[in-house]
Design a protein around this ligand. Structure first.
Ligand code: CA
Ligand code: CA
Length: 172
């Protein structure tokens, strides 16, 4: 009886440890600027954003980290002085070598005191520098159909894929 219990415990440990032996990168960081290669708000300028994030993959689908993406200054959008999504990352999964999708929740700041709190977001990134790395942001449950939304009517705000113009997205 005691031996059987020990064997089960050992098997659980082996199963639990197994995946880490073949795990890929456990940390993905990114910082820089990106371009949508399109004029999303029709003001005559190609749009893009400034972004910065760091994700540390922990057990299972969980993760921790921080994400920030903003359109402001030389990357203004919809006539707003600022459009910023910023928050904590709570889950992540690798979808291939150098490709990661992570989710979390935080604030959407539209300046002038307009801040939406507790907004969920999902981001998909692929590693690489200028012209190679990509980032795609979806704000969950808000701003559906606002200019720039690639999937009107689904309740979310899915921005197009951005290509890195300066900076780097890298796996560690
Ligand atoms: Ca524009
Ligand atoms: Ca949508």
């Amino acid at each position: 009886m005691r031996k059987a219990t020990w064997l089960i415990a050992a098997a659980v440990i082996v199963i639990g440890v197994g995946p880490t032996l073949t795990a890929g990168p456990t940390m993905v960081t990114g910082g820089g600027t990106g371009t949508f290669n399109a004029d999303l708000d029709g003001d005559g300028e190609i749009d893009g954003s400034h972004f910065g994030f760091g994700v540390i993959k922990t057990a299972g689908a969980s993760a921790r980290g921080h994400f920030m993406c903003q359109m402001a200054g030389n990357a203004d959008f919809l006539g707003l002085k600022l459009m910023q999504v910023e928050g904590r990352i709570s889950s992540a999964s690798f979808s291939g070598q150098g490709s990661l999708t992570f989710s979390g929740s935080g604030n959407v700041n539209l300046a002038n005191g307009v801040v939406f709190k507790g907004v969920a977001f999902t981001v998909s990134v692929t590693a690489g520098g200028a012209g190679v790395g990509t980032l795609q942001l979806t704000v969950i449950g808000a701003f559906d159909g606002v200019p720039g939304d690639t999937l009107p009517g689904d309740g979310n705000y899915s921005l197009p894929v951005e290509t890195v113009t300066t900076g780097l997205i890298s796996t560690h």
